[in-house]
Design a protein around this ligand. Structure first.
Ligand code: SF4
Ligand code: SF4
Length: 177
């Protein structure tokens, strides 16, 4: 079992989801926004100006989004508490690492959820091995890409023993492909 915290702590994050992720105007987002473009609803302190009324203002996709703790990990552990808002040169690298970290954390979340299932000894060994490997891979995009494919293949191999809610959970702002 890894100790990586999968609960988002927005107070320790440089609002990475509000800059890194793109979204299209739709029922979930009131505007178009490109990747690596700060959301116009973000204030200078990194807070959402419409946080208390996101759904009413047409940003239900923001309410549904979960970075699985990737935001504060990238901000605090990898960029040592710095922010793209203070140093614009950090925007692209922070966004890039955030996307990889979110994919990794999503895998960890799914693998932990799978750990609560009555798996065979073989499946549990594979699950635990994958969880450890994802944690050890850090934010290597290449390694996480391969492990993500392996994770989803493993989860598919469980053939319906996963609750549908587990299989359906993914990033709400377009997911983390
Ligand atoms: S990236 Fe995660 S921790 Fe950061 S603001 Fe978004 S939801 Fe919160
Ligand atoms: S509407 Fe608020 S929560 Fe959503 S991306 Fe913009 S600043 Fe972030």
């Amino acid at each position: 079992m890894t100790s990586i915290d999968l609960r988002p702590d927005c107070t320790r994050c440089a609002a990475l989801c509000c800059v890194a992720l793109p979204f299209d105007r739709s029922s979930r987002f009131a505007i178009d926004k490109a990747a690596n473009e700060p959301c116009p609803n973000l204030d200078r302190c990194g807070r959402c100006r419409i946080h208390s009324s996101l759904a009413d203002r047409g940003f239900g996709g923001c309410v549904a989004f979960d970075c699985f703790g990737a935001g504060q990990r990238v901000t605090q552990e990898i960029f040592e508490g710095r922010s793209w808002q203070d140093d614009p040169a950090l925007l692209e690298p922070m966004a890039r690492v955030f996307l990889t970290a979110t994919r990794a954390h999503e895998c960890l979340m799914l693998l932990r959820e799978a750990g609560s299932l009555p798996l065979s000894i073989t499946d549990e060994a594979r699950r635990a091995g994958l969880e450890a490997a994802v944690a050890e891979a850090g934010v290597s995009a290449e390694a996480i890409g391969a492990l993500r494919r392996e994770t989803f293949a493993f989860l598919a191999s469980l053939r319906g023993s996963l609750p549908s809610a587990v299989a359906a959970r993914s990033g709400g702002r377009g997911g983390t492909p």
